[in-house]
Design a protein around this ligand. Structure first.
Ligand code: C2E
Ligand code: MG
Ligand code: MG
Length: 560
């Protein structure tokens, strides 16, 4: 054997890569140990076998074509990714490289690398970038891709169905994340079985599911959704509780020129409509919805102007001591003096404000006004209560905003209290809680607003840095019913007492309500009976009574 031949033999035998020599018929003429191991066989057993036989049937046409290039001499070296069949029948992904050897008849050296692991890793990456981990459904990326393809192919029969689980937060917060995940998985399954095999079901995160369907008329999409709503509504047991999940659904049909993003947004708008008109129902997108969105947009634009030009003002409503009926605090309530529409209440613009993130500059404005109110009344020993939205907390640095307002007006932080709604407190993130703690450390008091309307467990109230609560007006309205209203009022009043918190009963309008609240143990109250919100100049100003001149200036122990 020549030296070269010996080198080749050694290389061939010892190579960690699978190698073989292929004859002109495409049969294995020599096989190295690595290739035998790769295919789960022995070199002897493989000798004389056609390479095509070891190739996965689906890849044979491709394989043959490539080998014929080599046979005809059009290529000297070809490479292809193909599946081979292991002795056990398992499929191996390989990269096969064939190099033509000089001489006639043609022969070739074959290198075979195992790509199975690489493919598996790729598949995993793909799975993660296109699929939702929890439910295995498509994610937003894949959904938009499918919608796009469908719109290009048949715009008017492309349907986008937006499905949102009702009250999911309640389950998640009260029964825990595991229960929440279990519910989501179950609902995902029910949705998946309600659609047609070719439809794409995606989860956009949280409790939002979207179905992209092609070749579906609006009527068919409606019936599909109606059936889906019914399928979801079956009771399910999570964490030992029976839960009856319901969803609100929005439907938007494609049209020429509509993008996947727009279609998805329209379906989302329709879903919100289904939610606000009572949940567990479906709404079909109409251009009117978009018009309403436009109205909101114009409110938003006008609000920006209002903020800039000073059309917002703050009114103050007294919180009184139940014993003396004298103000011990004032709640700051924002108003919009609209040039055409007159004085607007927050109910008409706070939501838009929240969505457009204008609540941050608005909140800063109110805080500054409230501090100015306090600075103008150095002898008023009580506090001003300012409503803050969750969006102002955490990343928006409420601590910083409050600190600047306090310093600008030179007031004592202990004269300021912030009201956060119970539901707002529930969704507060870690950063938000840290922000709130920073404020309480400065001496600013935190109150839970509209207590009783959220779903918070008492334990979460106790964990949060709040030191007072306001009972929502809807319970005051039910005072005297000798059932729920009275029971809740009594229970919360004694809770407040035993936790040594400040408790304010809201919305007291009548003497009867006042007497009942007093009997239930409430020490502080707010409501039209004691005073409406009024502009600052109508509230008794600085030094109206000296600090020691009795109850008018010296508020009752709490909230002082
Ligand atoms: P809230 O904090 O629960 O404020 C109490 C609301 O009840 C006020 O309505 C007040 O005028 C009204 N109210 C007080 N006493 C009575 C009563 O005896 N009967 C009745 N029927 N209503 C009474 P308003 O001023 O319209 O404020 C509504 C909501 O807007 C507030 O509810 C608060 O959540 C929000 N808000 C007000 N100002 C601001 C603000 O500066 N920032 C933020 N983020 N939200 C604000
Ligand atoms: Mg309030
Ligand atoms: Mg309230």
């Amino acid at each position: 054997m020549t030296h070269d031949a010996e080198v080749f033999r050694r290389t061939f035998q010892d190579s960690p890569v699978g190698m073989a020599i292929l004859d002109a018929d495409g049969r294995l003429d020599a096989v190295n140990p690595s290739l035998a191991v790769l295919l789960g066989s022995t070199a002897e057993a493989l000798l004389g076998r056609a390479l095509a036989d070891l190739t996965h049937p689906d890849d044979r046409p491709q394989h043959r074509q490539v080998v014929s290039h080599l046979a005809h001499g059009t290529h000297d070296r070809v490479q292809l990714q193909q599946r081979c069949v292991h002795a056990t029948g398992d499929v191996l992904w390989t990269r096969a490289t064939l190099s033509r050897l000089p001489g006639s008849p043609w022969r070739a050296v074959l290198h075979v690398e195992d790509l199975t692991e690489v493919r598996r890793a790729h598949a995993l990456v793909e799975q993660h970038s296109y699929y939702d981990r929890l439910t295995g459904l498509a994610n937003r990326t894949l959904l938009l891709e499918r919608l796009k393809v469908s719109l290009e192919r048949a715009a008017t029969s492309t349907a986008c169905l937006f499905v949102d689980l009702d009250h999911f937060k309640v389950v998640n917060d009260s029964l825990g994340h595991e229960a929440g995940d279990r519910l989501l998985t179950e609902v995902a399954k029910r949705i998946q079985t309600s659609v047609r095999p070719g439809d794409t079901v995606a989860r956009l995160g949280g409790d939002e599911f979207v179905i992209a369907a092609t070749d579906l008329t609006e009527d068919a999409a409606r019936s599909l959704l109606t059936a889906l709503l019914a399928a979801v509504r079956e009771p399910v047991i999570v964490a030992g509780h029976e839960v009856v999940p319901t969803v609100s659904a929005g439907l938007a049909m494609g049209a020429p020129g509509v993008t996947a993003e727009t279609l998805l947004r329209d379906a989302d708008i329709a879903m919100s409509r289904a939610k606000s008109s009572g949940r567990d129902r479906l709404a079909v997108f109409s251009a009117d919805f978009r018009n309403e969105a436009m109205v909101r947009l114009s409110i938003e634009t006008e609000l920006r102007v209002a903020l800039r030009e000073g059309h917002l003002e703050v009114h103050y409503q007294p919180v009184v001591d139940m014993g003396t009926r004298r103000p011990v605090a004032y709640e700051a309530l924002v108003r919009w003096r609209h040039p055409e529409r007159g004085l607007l209440m927050p109910g008409e613009f706070i939501d838009v404000c929240e969505e457009a993130n204008l609540v941050i500059p608005l909140g800063e404005f109110v805080l500054n006004e409230a501090c100015a109110f306090l600075a103008a009344r150095p002898d008023f020993g009580g506090k001003v209560l300012v409503n803050v939205s969750t969006r102002q907390i955490g990343p928006a640095d409420l601590t910083g905003v409050v600190t600047r307002a306090i310093e600008a007006h030179g007031i004592d932080p202990r004269r300021l209290a912030l009201e956060i709604t119970e539901s707002g407190m529930l969704v507060a993130t870690q950063t938000a809680v840290a922000d709130l703690q920073g404020l309480t450390e400065m001496g600013v008091e935190l109150l839970l607003d509209d207590f009783g309307t959220g779903y918070s467990a008492l334990s979460s109230v106790l964990r949060s840095p709040v030191s007072g609560l306001k009972l929502a007006r809807e319970f005051t309205l039910r005072l005297g019913d000798r059932s729920t209203g009275d029971r809740i009022s009594t229970a919360v009043a004694s809770l407040v007492e035993s936790l040594d918190m400040d408790g304010i009963i809201e919305g007291v309008e009548t003497e009867a309500q006042y007497r009942q609240a007093l009997a239930h143990g409430w020490k502080l109250a707010q409501g039209y009976l004691f005073g409406h919100p009024q502009p600052s100049h109508l509230i008794p100003g600085a030094r109206i009574a000296p600090p020691t001149a009795g109850p008018s200036a010296e508020p009752a122990a709490s909230l002082a």
